[in-house]
Design a protein around this ligand. Sequence first.
Ligand code: T3D
Length: 262
Amino acid sequence: GDKAVLDEVQQGVLRLTLNRPDKLNSFNEEMHLALRSQVERAHEDAEIRAVLLTGAGRGFSAGQDLGDRDPRKGGPTPDLGHTLDTFYNPTLRLIRTLEKPVICAVNGVAAGAGANIALACDIVLAAESARFIQAFSKIGLIPDAGGSWNLARILGEPRAKALALTAEPISAQTAAEWGMIWKALPDDTLMEEATALATRLAAGPTLGLGLTKRLIQAAATHSLDEQLDMERDLQRMAGRSADYAEGVAAFLEKRAPEFKGQ
Ligand code: T3D
């Protein structure tokens, strides 16, 4: 189709496919708006209990569409801070605050903001042939879409700086070894495994999974005491959920639980 982001709901999974394959799914305004509104939809629609993000064609995403940034075309110098305020940052925040699992299936090259959107997802699977590139320094920019934060936290300064300053590509295998992603998988099983994982999580105790995501993200800015208090508060909430009652009953009856997501 010619939609910039394809969307499809199956068994509680909202599958989003970045869909500008001729441009390696680089972001123009239309794709930005489409992705943002789909993640908003995931916030609002209780039927959606997990999101699976991937790319059409041979790439995941090459970041910002540089065709829209051609200085030779003349006109005023673009305000790139405006792009971040208007598009990347709201989408990043919507992914982080969505209290449902967001799985990313990196099907091919992920460069610039494309790489950093992938890294902002909760569970990242990548095809063995995929590469992650902090491409920004090649064109005089800085790592955005949360990359400077995520990379520094995940990798520590030595690797974060080296990746960002050199723009050297790293393989999915290395990304997995470095803890940037969950797993590198053979290309021909990536989508099958990512779909199975998303479907399994969508059938899970969504409220508890959402609180788990909130808790782990909060750890970044908390002391142990603050985190222990938060665990107490969120466990209290989880303990009042129907899915907790179902989970314990199913365990004691030696059967599979049937979670409703609340
Ligand atoms: O507002 C703002 O601008 C601020 C926000 C910035 C966020 C950013 O993401 S900045 C970083 C932008 N991205 C890049 O600098 C990466 C540019 N792309 C590449 O370096 C390479 O394409 C890749 C390493 C990702 C892949 O290389 P390769 O050899 O596999 O593919 P290719 O031949 O370079 O690309 C295939 C086609 O996609 C090609 O088009 P063509 O020649 O077949 O018509 C290429 O021009 C196009 N393409 C790839 N990336 C972009 C792109 N077109 C526009 N923008 C792109 N970013």
